[in-house]
Design a protein around this ligand. Structure first.
Ligand code: FE2
Length: 409
């Protein structure tokens, strides 16, 4: 997310790229051009025709004011109070190296209150704060945000009881508790960690588990979530547990944890934009996550987190699980992980060599209907995008689709 201010109006502005918007979307805030002209009223429908007219006249980039998008003052109050209470509690836990029954009970109440509030309020990106001024505060915001995102996805799935959602969200809240045992120098180190430091960081799920297991009758879902939130699809996680044997709670916490970590400022890098963070999550299918998990996350919170924008657009290149290379031709509203694509090539390995065969007759496939094929990754490296574009231009194939494929800002 890019936030900018100018001298005449110092309210935060959030940029939107109209190339990525699904038509017929209604925004709960007004949209402005760069010249400050109001282009769309609050709750006005943004049709395909309006998008076309705005792009022709003003270009693809427009903005809204972050203050217009904040869901409700009451929710902000609950969120800020949650962060403050977390800070006080985590500082006590760090000092005493243990959690009291009162702390645990108070965490249960906070998480329960937050979930209750999700029933009544629509949450926007403005509610998920990343304006962290002090890196020492990162862990408090990160714990609350991971909890909030986890609760949102679980409520969207409509598969879990209220009690289970509360326990999984509580596990999300405590997932990085073990980080409190690490020296501040390691947490805030701007350079690459050495081997010893890396091993200490890897011990944080177990450290968190050790702190929490002293609570009598703690729900096993909470402990399980804390302990296994760094397991991966390729079995390269901290404990290398086979992914298919892992239950759902630590898996969903893992993806929410990654999104918030990527979009937060860290001592060793700037925060990634929502769009880039989402693309990195999609491109972690079959390494960190499985397809279904990513699909759940994208269809539930992807649009909210990316300012109502998709993470790809017509004309972007993607790869399918069948090693087919495609152009995205139509953007779906019902399942954003299943676009219509035009397959124009297929790659294969022989030893260390990769060979790519281009088709004489590309074929359009609707991924909502063809369930044997699915989106595996987006081509985001500019050098690869350029090679594919040039190849299609040389072959005079699908060139009508290439006009929108400009490097993303
Ligand atoms: Fe973690």
């Amino acid at each position: 997310m890019v936030i900018m201010t100018n001298e005449s109006d110092n309210r935060k502005k959030v940029l939107i790229n109209l190339d990525y918007i699904i038509p017929n979307k209604t925004f709960v805030y007004p949209i402005y051009s760069f010249d400050g002209e109001k282009l769309l009223e609050k709750n006005e429908v943004l049709t395909a025709q309006k998008i076309k007219i705005i792009i022709e006249k003003y270009g693809s980039t427009v903005y809204y004011f972050a203050s217009d998008a904040a869901s409700t003052p009451e929710f902000n109050k609950i969120y800020n109070s949650f962060v403050t209470k977390t800070k006080n509690m985590f500082e006590n836990i760090a000092q005493n190296e243990s959690v009291t029954v009162d702390d645990y009970k108070s965490s249960e109440e906070m998480v329960s209150g937050l979930i209750e509030d999700l029933d009544n309020k629509s949450i926007t990106i403005a509610d998920i704060a990343h304006d962290i001024e002090n890196f020492d505060d990162y862990i408090f915001y990160h714990s609350v945000n991971t909890c909030l995102l986890t609760a949102m996805v679980l409520k969207w799935k409509r598969k879990y009881s209220r009690n289970d959602i509360e326990n999984i969200a509580l596990g999300a809240f405590f997932s990085d508790l073990g980080m409190l045992k690490l020296e501040r120098e390691i947490l805030n180190k701007p350079d690459k960690l050495n081997k010893d430091e890396f091993l200490k960081v890897r011990s944080h799920p177990h450290e968190g588990y050790n702190i929490l297991k002293t609570i009598n009758n703690i729900n096993p879902i909470v402990l399980q979530t804390v302990l296994f939130h760094h397991e991966q699809f390729d079995d390269e996680g901290y404990y290398a547990i086979p992914y298919e044997t892992l239950p759902y709670p630590p898996k969903i916490v893992s993806i929410c944890n990654m999104y918030d970590a990527l979009t937060s400022p860290r001592p060793y890098r700037q925060p990634y934009s929502s769009a880039i963070a989402i693309k990195r999550i999609v491109n972690s299918i079959n390494s960190k996550f499985d397809y279904k998990l990513v699909s759940d996350f994208m269809n539930c919170v992807g649009l909210i987190l990316n300012n109502s924008q998709l993470f790809y657009r017509r004309g972007d290149f993607c790869i399918l699980n069948t090693r087919e290379i495609c152009l995205i031709s139509e953007i779906p509203a019902a399942d954003i992980m299943r676009p219509k694509v035009i397959v124009f090539a297929r790659y294969d390995y022989s030893g260390n060599n990769v060979t790519t065969k281009f088709y004489d007759n590309p074929i359009e496939i609707d991924l909502t209907k063809d369930t044997n094929r699915r989106l595996d990754s987006l081509v985001i490296r500019q050098d690869l995008i350029d090679v594919l574009r040039n190849k299609l231009i040389d072959r005079k194939t699908l060139v009508d689709y290439l006009y929108v494929t400009q490097p993303e800002k």
